[in-house]
Design a protein around this ligand. Structure first.
Ligand SMILES: [Fe+2]
Ligand SMILES: [Fe+2]
Length: 248
């Protein structure tokens, strides 16, 4: 039994206008890479956590083929909400879980068991600028304070959702945790955030996130061990669409 993670499938089977092929060589026919890599790595008894930005469909019917594709991947599939997942209104998580029962599990304000671990998570959020950067040194000179205040609100809302996920898992008796966020846990201005603090307080083993696209963004947040928690970036292009093995 193994646990794998991969983010940012950005499927567009019913939205050819959103095809990712133009986003760079790594994205060309990326669906084929996802399928091939998952079939190679993930066995039916394994768990595959898909860390958000699943589909470009605006509503569920426009995601039907993308969902079919995801369901055709091997293993138990757990989905985290990404910023582009318009089909997944936060208040409809329960309805999605009923509709896809036994095929897909949508993780928000709930948790999933993996052996003695609880898989907890939420979309997360982080301040993404705009920043004003010194072109010569690359140093951040300043940033938009209004946007920063707005982002702080969204961070608090997402932190409450993560807290609900932890609470549900604890209530069910779990004491070991794996955290999944779509957004990176910290902004480029931070080393610590409410998400890293929560991971540390609950003694989480790992924090897994996605969302960061392109080489320049791959080190926007923690990777590897920080304050006893192991951080993994699993955005599709960062992994060349090869799911990362998080735990056996
Ligand atoms: Fe993405
Ligand atoms: Fe994203």
């Amino acid at each position: 039994m193994a646990l794998f993670a991969l983010g940012d499938l950005h499927l567009a089977f019913q939205r050819p206008d959103k095809s990712m092929d133009a986003m760079g060589p790594v994205w060309v026919r990326h669906e084929e890479k996802i399928l091939k890599n998952c079939r190679e790595l993930v066995r039916p008894e394994d768990t595959l956590v898909l860390v958000g930005d699943h589909s470009w469909g605006r509503r569920l019917p426009q995601c039907a083929k993308d969902m079919e594709f995801i369901m055709s991947l091997p293993g138990r599939k757990i989905l985290i909400r990404g910023n582009h997942d318009m089909f997944w209104e936060p208040q409809k998580t329960e309805a999605l879980n009923q509709q896809f029962a036994g095929r897909l599990f949508f993780l928000q304000n709930n948790f999933a068991a993996y052996g003695e671990y609880a898989i907890v998570g939420t979309k997360g959020f982080t301040f993404e600028g705009p920043f004003w950067i010194d072109r010569l040194t690359g140093r951040i000179l300043d940033w938009d304070k209004e946007e920063e205040a707005h982002a702080a609100k969204l961070v608090r809302r997402e932190a409450a959702r993560l807290e609900a996920s932890f609470a549900a898992a604890r209530k069910a008796g779990y004491r070991k945790f794996l955290v999944f966020l779509h957004y990176p846990p910290t902004s480029i201005l931070e080393s610590d955030s409410i998400f890293t603090q929560m991971a540390e307080q609950y003694g989480a083993r790992d924090v897994v996130y996605a969302h960061c696209h392109g080489q320049a963004q791959f080190h926007d947040s923690h990777r590897g061990l920080y304050h006893g928690v192991c951080y993994h970036l699993v955005s599709g292009d960062c992994l060349d669409f090869r799911p990362e093995r998080i735990l056996d």
